[in-house]
Structures are given as structure tokens and as C-alpha cells.
Design a protein around this ligand. Structure first.
Ligand SMILES: NC(=O)c1ccc[n+]([C@@H]2O[C@H](COP(=O)([O-])OP(=O)(O)OC[C@H]3O[C@@H](n4cnc5c(N)ncnc54)[C@H](OP(=O)(O)O)[C@@H]3O)[C@@H](O)[C@H]2O)c1
Length: 287
């Protein structure tokens, strides 16, 4: 029973591969990656599979029974890219696909949802039994900004008092592993989010508590936040998109209290305090 994992050289994919190696025979796992060289340290078979090159996908999916399709990272290109791999899966007789989608993909205002909706529709049209893991925001989306916040003396955003049910990549990775290694998930849609929701003011308060510094949350109008991100070197279009996602947060679109993630992984999701603590340990100089 071969399980193919796309995005295996990415942050989430690496965590999933490590956890899958504890649950399944190494010989049953295949990393489906843009660059097999980059996958050399994963310790499992690696095959070239570039979403933009359908011929590589055809070869890569040979003999794969279950496919974990980790959504790609090239925003704007993904609907087509994901269609390529779904088509290749169909032609290769893949029996099951697990897809990492977006929380409330069917009705969220988050701009990213368009591509996830298209992929969920493509999966449905393929007729291949599948499961949609609609992942909420990674807590790392915020802990990643800690060094900048400490340097600038404030945590900035446009999320207002919107509550974010964030969970760590580790939590989402465990959910993917739980679904890949057990039965009864075909046709299901899981809305995955953290047990605990936080506003960015609460995030900044936790950061202040742990660092002993006063780091306030400064809420900015969307245009000003986008301009600030661009001034840090983020390309203008991406800066605008990120600011827009914060506006979606302000509307409550990243909130979910169904606790489906903790039910799937059989433990509470990682608390914000632990995620902040881990991030500060990893960037000690920033503290
Ligand atoms: N829920 C959230 O908060 C959140 C945040 C960020 C991203 N995401 C989504 O979740 C996915 C996984 O997150 P992550 O943190 O692991 O992101 P990541 O580290 O950027 O990993 C993305 C993976 O997609 C692969 N990829 C990109 N374009 C590809 C292509 N044309 N063909 C084949 N593979 C391609 C990358 O390959 P390389 O290793 O070769 O670069 C990488 O392995 C992201 O791609 C994105 O769709 C969700």
C-alpha cells in the first residue's frame, strides 16, 4: 500500500513524513517533490513531481495507492497545478486522496479560498474517494513575526479584535497522519483549527508576558499595514494579500470552535503560550 506525499520538502510535509515513518513501513512512503536532491535527507523514496510538469506527475504516481496532496505555495497558479496532479492520479488509478484545504473554504472571505474551492471541486469531479483537511491558520504565521515585533517594539496587523483559532503545523501534521493511517475518512470534510482562539492583542500580551517587554498590538488600516509589509521587503502584491487576510481575520473568518482537530489527533492542540515559548527558544537573540 504505497502512500505518496507531495510538498514533502516543505515545512508541513517534512513533519508529516517524520510522523508517517513512525506509523508505516518506510518502503511504503514516497516523497513526491520538485527536487529529489532536496528530499535526500527524508529517508524515503523520492520521485520528481512538479505540479507544473504533468509528465513528471504521470511517472511519479505509478503504483501510488493513497495520495496526500499538500496544497502548493504558488498563489494564483494552484488551481491549475492541483488539477494536473488530480488528472494524473485518475490516470494512475490512485484510490484515495487527502487534500490540505483551507478552513471554511466554501464560505470564507479569505482570498486564498478561491483556489482551494476549485481543487475541492476538481476532486469531486474526479470521482476518486477523497478527504478535505480544511486547515486553519498556522500559529507560526504569527510566531514568525516575533523577531520583527521585538525589533520594532510593536506587533502590527489589520486583524482588529478578530479571533484566530490557530494551531501549529505539528498539530495539522498529526491530523494528516491520523487520516492517512486509519479508515473511514473518505467523503469527509474536516474543519481543522486550534482549541484556543486568540486575538492579536492577546498574542502581543502573551509575547510581552514571556519577554518581560511591553509589546503592544497596533491595529492599522489595511492600506497602511500593506505598505508597512512592503517596506519590510515583501513584494507589493503579496503585502496587499496578507493585509487582506488580516481583514478576513477581523471578520471572524479564521475562528472555529468545533474542535475537530483535537478530536482527530486525540490530544488538545498546542496552546498559544507553548507556541510563543518555542518560537522564543528558536530565536533567542530576538528576545
Ligand atoms: N494554514 C496556513 O496558515 C498556511 C500557511 C502557509 C501555507 N499554507 C498552505 O499549506 C501548504 C503547506 O504549508 P508549508 O508551511 O509546508 O509551506 P511550504 O514550506 O512553503 O511548502 C510548500 C511545498 O509545496 C511545494 N511546491 C510548491 N510549488 C510546487 C510545484 N510547482 N510542484 C511541486 N511542489 C511544489 C514546495 O516544494 P519545494 O520544497 O521544492 O519548495 C514545498 O515543499 C502551503 O504550500 C500552502 O498551500 C497554509
Amino acid at each position: 500500500m504505497k502512500i505518496g506525499i507531495t510538498g514533502a520538502t516543505g515545512h508541513l510535509g517534512r513533519l508529516i513524513v517524520a510522523k508517517m515513518k513512525e506509523k508505516a513501513a518506510t518502503g511504503d512512503l514516497v516523497a513526491l517533490v520538485r527536487s529529489p536532491q532536496k528530499a535526500a535527507d527524508l529517508g524515503i523514496e523520492a520521485r520528481e513531481a512538479d505540479y507544473d510538469k504533468p509528465e513528471t506527475l504521470q511517472r511519479a504516481l505509478d503504483g501510488i495507492d493513497t495520495l496526500l496532496l499538500i496544497s502548493g505555495s504558488e498563489v494564483g497558479k494552484r488551481a491549475k497545478q492541483h488539477q494536473h496532479i488530480i488528472d494524473a492520479a485518475k490516470q494512475n488509478g490512485v484510490q484515495r486522496i487527502v487534500y490540505t484545504s483551507l478552513l471554511h473554504a466554501d464560505n470564507t472571505s479569505v482570498s486564498l479560498a478561491t483556489e482551494h474551492r476549485a481543487t475541492e471541486q476538481a476532486l469531486k469531479a474526479s470521482g476518486i474517494p477523497h478527504t478535505n483537511l480544511r486547515n486553519g491558520w498556522y500559529t507560526e504565521n504569527y510566531t514568525g513575526s516575533i523577531p520583527g515585533a521585538l525589533a520594532g517594539g510593536a506587533f502590527i496587523g489589520s486583524a482588529g479584535e478578530g479571533r484566530i483559532s490557530g494551531a501549529t503545523r505539528e498539530d495539522y501534521a498529526e491530523a494528516a497522519v491520523a487520516v492517512l493511517t486509519s479508515e473511514g475518512h473518505d467523503g469527509k470534510v474536516y474543519e481543522l483549527a486550534g482549541d484556543e482562539a486568540f486575538t492579536l492583542s492577546e498574542f502581543a500580551a502573551e509575547l510581552s508576558r514571556q519577554t518581560g517587554r511591553e509589546i503592544p498590538y497596533k491595529n492599522l488600516p489595511e492600506v497602511e499595514y500593506a505598505a508597512a509589509l512592503a517596506s519590510f521587503g515583501i513584494p507589493e502584491e503579496m503585502a496587499k494579500a496578507i493585509a487582506g487576510w488580516d481583514v478576513s481575520v477581523s471578520k471572524g473568518d479564521l475562528f472555529d470552535d468545533s474542535r475537530q482537530l483535537s478530536k482527530l489527533i486525540g490530544r488538545p492542540t498546542t496552546p498559544l503560550s507553548v507556541a510563543v515559548e518555542d518560537a522564543l527558544k528558536q530565536a533567542p537573540k530576538a528576545g
